[in-house]
Design a protein around this ligand. Structure first.
Ligand code: LFR
Length: 500
């Protein structure tokens, strides 16, 4: 390899992908990045008894295939990086072996634990010392659930590795803890910038299993000799990228000069802005925003919004009934459906767990005195309009928190392939949307590798590179008629179901 080819693994809740990225120089000295997919595989959660798990060995096997495939296709990457969803982890025993199967963040073991932990710790303290929105799946609740159940796994655990670190360990033999993932646990103090041992002790979580976090851009180590031999490839170096997928995606937002607002649009929707310091005021807790650690010493003030998960689950249900509907087809049907017929509050906890989404949407509409969606187009329209309205609400809340005004919204990641959602969002917020790139996490992952190897100077240069290398589509805030009234209705339904 020539140091200008890198391999990125981006693992989402539904699928994993391996991409090769190549940095080239034009005649005028300017750089371009191009990316090519070399392997794609499903990520299917497995229910075992009462618990929902990740199929971690399957993921490892597919990643090995991805490495093989990159070299077989003639690429010679010298480094690789791994990013995944946040919060989940595996535990290693004293001999360095994985104990059991990592839990899926939608496993029900943490039900009711937000309230319980708040009662023990105090919600003001927990927010001040974690900066995170109280989400039921945060690592803190998963570990507290295990501690409460006197889990024997916890007793023999010596090292906790978050998912991307666990996969890197299985390939390199090196135990590491990458900082952006560490900040999704709620056990890392963003002000003191260290693991919160007193909090762990209070909750009965063993504090000796946490490693000192390393920053994105640090080298983890080469493939083990065994893995290199098995795959018949040179010992490529693993780089700690922004291993939390959301942070990799944010690193690829093509914005520069001044504050900007973004929406990372996948299974989850993460709406936020980049700051230098966390906002830990009670207002941020009440509005349910998180301060997550980002690439390049940034703080990402963002809100988790239920996102396209709701539509994905509906699609799965239709498929189970033998109705194969693609996302493009669903969007086309939604476009034909009547506007603002039924609206939901996407962050109602009832929509969080896997299961019958169609029935839950119907119940929501009945409870709030609205007509119930009848066919796929009506369900899809209801979900997409409701998400767009939720984005408006979150954007305005963020403006209150930061005291800033955002001219428009940068949308990135796979969800922007749903052009109807981009259009609805521009209309709902009454401002332009700039959509791109689609492969944001992959690109951000690659950029940090190029920063690590000195090919790219810093995050700012990296973002300029995104702007010249990938298309960005603009959606003007036209045809806003009906949206302000729909927003008032939406707010009423939110109040009806969550109170306040
Ligand atoms: C998005 C994401 C979010 C995180 C959620 C669960 O893929 O990483 O940032 O809150 O998944 O881990």
């Amino acid at each position: 390899g020539d140091g200008r080819t890198a391999l990125a693994f981006d693992l989402g809740a539904g699928s994993g992908r391996a991409f090769v990225g190549r940095l080239s120089e034009k005649e005028d000295g300017s750089k371009r990045l191009d990316v090519t997919e070399v392997h794609r595989f499903p990520n299917e959660a497995v229910q075992v008894g009462a618990h929902l798990h990740w199929d971690i060995l399957r993921l490892l096997r597919e990643m090995k295939k991805g490495i093989r495939s990159a070299w077989q296709q003639g690429y010679a990457p010298t480094t690789f990086g791994i990013d995944t969803w946040g919060v989940d982890f595996g535990l290693l025993d004293a001999s360095g072996e994985l104990i059991g199967n990592p839990y899926h963040y939608r496993d029900p073991q943490t039900e009711g634990l937000i309230e319980e932990v708040n009662a023990r710790v105090g919600e003001e303290r927990l927010f001040r010392e974690s900066g995170l929105q109280f989400m039921p799946f945060n690592t803190i609740y998963q570990l507290y659930a295990m501690a409460k159940a006197a889990s024997p796994k916890l007793e023999i655990a010596r090292t906790l590795l978050l998912t991307p670190d666990l996969l890197a360990y299985m390939l390199t033999g090196v135990r590491s803890c990458e900082y952006t993932m560490a900040t999704t646990t709620a056990l890392y103090d963003p002000v003191r910038k260290e693991w919160n041992k007193p909090l762990m002790e209070l909750l009965g979580i063993p504090s000796g299993m946490f490693l000192r976090p390393v920053r994105p851009g640090e080298i983890i180590g080469p493939l083990t000799a065994e893995v290199a031999e098995e795959l018949r490839v040179p010992a490529m170096q693993a780089v700690a990228v922004g291993t939390h997928d959301t942070e990799s995606a944010i690193a690829a937002v093509p914005a520069h000069g001044g504050p900007f607002a973004y929406l990372v649009c996948g299974t989850w929707s993460l709406l936020g802005t980049e700051l230098a310091e966390p906002i830990l005021a009670p207002e941020a807790r009440k509005l349910e925003f998180s301060n997550e650690g980002g690439v390049g010493d940034t703080v990402q003030l963002l809100k988790n919004i239920m996102g396209l998960w709701i539509l994905q689950e509906c699609k799965r249900e239709w498929e189970e009934r033998g109705e194969e509907l693609g996302f493009a087809e669903l969007a086309a049907m939604a476009e034909q459906a009547e506007p603002f017929r039924s609206l939901i509050y996407p962050d109602d906890p009832r929509f969080f767990g896997p299961g019958s989404m169609l029935a839950r949407i119907r119940t929501f509409c009945e409870e709030t005195g609205q007509p119930v969606p009848r066919e796929a187009g009506e369900f899809a329209r209801c979900i997409l309009e409701s998400l767009a309205l939720r984005y408006r609400q979150a954007l305005e809340q963020m403006e209150r928190l930061t005291g800033r005004e955002y001219e428009g919204l940068h949308m990135v990641a796979g969800g922007i392939q749903n052009k109807l959602l981009c259009r609805f969002t521009a209309r709902a917020i009454g401002r332009p949307v700039w959509a791109g790139p689609v492969e944001a996490s992959v690109i951000g992952n690659l950029l940090v590798q190029f920063i690590a190897t000195g090919e790219c100077r810093d995050l700012d240069e990296a973002r300029r590179l995104v702007g010249v290398s990938f298309p960005v589509e603009s959606y003007p805030a036209d045809e806003t008629a009906g949206w302000p009234e729909a927003y008032e209705r939406y707010l009423g339904y939110e109040r009806a179901v969550v109170g306040g």
